[in-house]
Design a protein. Structure first.
Length: 647
């Protein structure tokens, strides 16, 4: 039997860093916070010296809210920082330990990774990819995803990595928005022992992507694929002919390093733009300090490269620190529920960074699985992606961290690029469930609707009050949306994170989750509007309201309320079809858990669906004031339908 998830009252529960950890920690002087606060520019300027520049910057910070330039005038290359800069000291050190789901292991030293990356950079060049061209990468967790990212960075072509589990249609939307004319993918990959045919999804998606010229296909699972003549090329054939040397392009600090699409509050995902200098400084330093990286660490971040965590804390942060990283292709329960712990034991992982959803799943599976394996090499644990409930925190601490590993609960977002609120393991006393304090140099606050600070213990909105190096620069092709989404809530210079939070009397932050229409399903970020727009695209659907319903394991799951068009009958078959329609059009990770038919939805007098009310109904909590609804009676009807659907 799995352990029951019980949340103890944890605000008073504290874990002080162990003395021996403190002594050896990269950062153990609490004075660092004050130093950074007194002179944030001086602080970041000094730290920027820890990465490699071809030319030093002219100014550390130019801040014309909400526009920012960090290290302007500086010249550098992100791929150079992750590879070349490590060669002298760490050329023969293992950079990547990759394990496939079927058990095969591939390793790359830094020297080998540099050669492979350079080779692929030459391939890109030979195909006409130039500085500034956006290349779409649609690869699963195989080493080629890292090689492709670093090769793009090497020649100054921003990458846009699309999570491999997205559908072909979602891929196509992102390709079109980025105006990419090259996509890098593979034949297939393993998931729970079965092959997912990635290339087939590409073929389906590309039917509607006009400008795309080429598809490079990594041969991985060796499943059968159709290669379209003149358009599709094999990675291994191109690599055979390419030279293993390619000089890194000299990039401006503010040149775009990558685009990362993420869900927002409309149906259209936003292309978050990150630039080079500030991003590299932010991720390099935060990885080194928060994960306390040492030369002999074996660091495993379980995130996928298709999300920001994979970018910042699997690729750029750890590799620029010369760390040995572990990458795993597959599912945590394949072939057995101890796969993660088998990997920790086999590769002697010392640092593990994963999501609360995974931790709660492991809790459910029970302690017998981690107990089967030797986890004694672990010395630090991390959590990211959604609030971690104290019960899961304590379970993680006890059963994975053997009671000795500090836990860093790290709050951040695609837009922030780097971790913003987190313990520093050699300094911070942790409290289960709290991400603790802002990283040095970051000023966070909990504000009310008007922008006033709320008192300790009160709920409010999480805000960032000063600029930071790795912050989002704009939304690709939509400057206005950038301003509206993040800056216009208060004074145009305070960043609105979209999360609810409170601060306790020790100044610790407790993040409660999104206050906008984004849901975190198993740490995957999904916009309710995105799901709604897919639903209404179905011929049977007239209107749809989608909300997040709290879930013990996944944090939140997707619930849909659907009004059918006249002539369509509410039945089980159609319900199943609509659920599959969402999963097929976005990706299996966005499969709604529940779909309820209704004749009406809670709407304002102007006809806007009030998701707040719908969410309260789905979660069986007080709906609050409903007097502004067009028809307040709809609430009772929906409550009844919801009850019925659950039984
Ligand atoms: C949530 C993932 C509580 C939050 C890095 C945020 C968290 C959203 C935490 C961003 C945490 C992330 N505690 N909530 N430690 N980390 N979140 O862009 O709601 O995929 O706004 O970035 O995840 O999700 P994104």
């Amino acid at each position: 039997m799995g352990d029951k998830i019980i949340d103890p009252q944890s605000e008073e529960m504290k874990f002080e860093p162990a003395e021996d950890f403190v002594i050896n920690a990269n950062i153990n002087d609490p004075g660092i916070y004050k130093k950074a606060e007194e002179d944030p520019e001086g602080f970041w300027g000094e730290l920027a010296g820890e990465i490699s520049w071809f030319k030093e910057w002219d100014t550390v910070l130019e801040w014309e809210p909400p526009h920012v330039k960090w290290f302007n005038g500086g010249k550098l290359n992100a791929s150079y920082n992750c590879l070349d800069a490590n060669i002298e000291k760490n050329g023969d050190k293992t950079a990547i330990i990759w394990e496939g789901e079927m058990g095969e292991v591939r390793k790359y030293t830094y020297r080998e990774l540099l050669a492979e990356t350079s080779r692929f950079a030459n391939v890109l060049k030979s195909m006409g990819v130039k500085k500034g061209d956006i290349v779409t990468i649609y690869l699963p967790m195989i080493p080629e995803v890292v090689i492709a990212m670093l090769a793009c960075a090497r020649i100054g072509a921003p990458h846009s990595v699309v999570f491999a589990a997205f559908s072909g249609g979602a891929l196509c939307n992102r390709i079109s928005d980025a105006k990419s004319n090259l996509v890098i993918t593979c034949d297939g990959y393993y998931r729970r022992g079965k092959i997912v045919s990635q290339k087939q999804k590409v073929d389906e998606g590309l039917n509607s992507c006009g400008q795309l010229k080429n598809v490079i296909v990594v041969q991985h699972a060796k499943n059968e694929v159709t290669m379209s003549e003149n358009r599709d090329l094999w990675w291994h054939e191109l690599m055979e002919e390419a030279e293993p040397e390619c000089e890194a392009a000299i990039m401006d600090s503010e040149d775009m390093l990558f685009l990362m699409y993420t869900s927002g509050t409309t149906g259209k995902p936003k292309g978050i733009v990150h630039t080079t200098g500030g991003y590299m400084v932010g991720t390099h330093i935060s990885t080194k300090w928060i994960f306390d990286l040492k030369d002999d660490d074996i660091y495993w971040c379980t995130a996928d490269c298709g999300w920001i965590t994979g970018h910042s804390y699997l690729v750029y942060g750890p590799l620029s620190n010369g760390t040995t990283i572990v990458m795993y292709e597959g599912a945590p329960d394949y072939p057995e529920k101890d796969r993660f712990w088998e990997i920790v034991e086999k590769h002697k992982v010392t640092i593990l960074y994963t999501a609360p959803t995974a931790i709660r799943t492991f809790m459910k599976w029970g302690t017998e699985w981690p107990k089967k394996r030797d986890l004694s090499t672990l010395r630090l644990l991390g959590s990211v992606g959604e609030p971690i409930n104290p019960g899961a925190w304590l379970w993680y601490h006890e059963n994975i961290g053997q009671g000795k590993c500090p836990i860093v609960d790290t709050w951040w977002q695609t837009e922030t690029g780097m971790i913003m609120i987190s313990p520093l393991p050699g300094i911070t006393t942790t409290k289960p469930g709290s991400a603790t304090r802002p990283f040095p140099g970051i000023k966070a606050a909990v504000l009310d609707e008007k922008g006033n600070k709320v008192s300790p213990g009160q709920d409010g909105f999480l805000a960032i009050c000063n600029p930071w190096p790795s912050m989002v620069r704009t939304i690709h092709g939509n400057e206005q949306r950038f301003i509206d989404t993040y800056w216009s809530k208060w004074d145009n210079k305070t960043y609105f994170a979209g999360d609810g939070a409170k601060m306790d009397y020790d100044g610790y932050f407790w993040i409660s989750g999104r206050v906008d229409d984004i849901i975190q399903v198993a740490a995957h970020r999904i916009g309710t509007a995105e799901v709604e727009s897919i639903l209404v695209a179905h011929p049977a659907v007239a209107e749809a309201g989608v909300v997040g319903k709290l879930d013990e394991i996944k944090g939140e799951v997707i619930w849909c309320y659907v009004i059918l068009k006249t002539g369509f009958e509410e039945n089980e078959e159609l319900k199943k079809e609509l659920i599959s329609h969402v999963a097929k059009n976005i990706g299996p990770f966005a499969r709604p858990q529940m779909l309820i038919f209704s004749d009406d939805l809670p709407k304002t007098r102007s006809g806007k669906i009030m998701r707040r009310v719908l969410k309260a109904i789905a979660n069986n909590v007080d709906t609050g004031d409903v007097t502004t609804l067009q028809d307040p009676d709809v609430v009772a009807t929906l409550k009844e339908k919801t009850m019925k659907a659950q039984n």
